[in-house]
Design a protein. Sequence first.
Length: 186
Amino acid sequence: MIAGRGALAYGMSQENGVEFLHIEGDYANLPQPHPLLRDPVNIDLIRLLAAEPRLPVSQLARRVGMSAPAVKERLTRLEEAGVIGGFRLDLGAKALGYPIMVFIRIRPMPGQLPKIAELAQSIPEVAECHRITGEDCFILRVHLDALETLDRILDRFLAYGQTTTSIVQSSPVPLRPPPLPDGQAA
């Protein structure tokens, strides 16, 4: 089955129990990094903020050799363009009493797809919910205070579909932003 989306067509097939994703089309029309990322100063600002998010604009300006108002204007443009999506507080789940992190994959029963997203939004322990491809339709990242809490959460989702759970043992690559382009003009 091949479905169209813009200049690309994609589809899934199965062979000897293995699923394959097929992509055909014009890759030149794929989304490109925002034009503001062609400016090396903007890349430097983002790198500085990624390393030290609490840097004041005055220090950012000194480090890139510009005035504070010019840096503030650049940051505003990067925010308005969606390159900088916001500034967030990173809370330690363990310190808040949630030492266990699990991923739950959910395969909804027919007609139950919208209810999974609604339910996930209503459960405070669900940190993320993503709609995914493959046999399952959703993957959730969930923080737990105890393993006993997992049963209560799973029972709520089992009313709408089948679940598969993985308990996180360690995180060798913690959450990080996507890689930045090199900042060179195209």
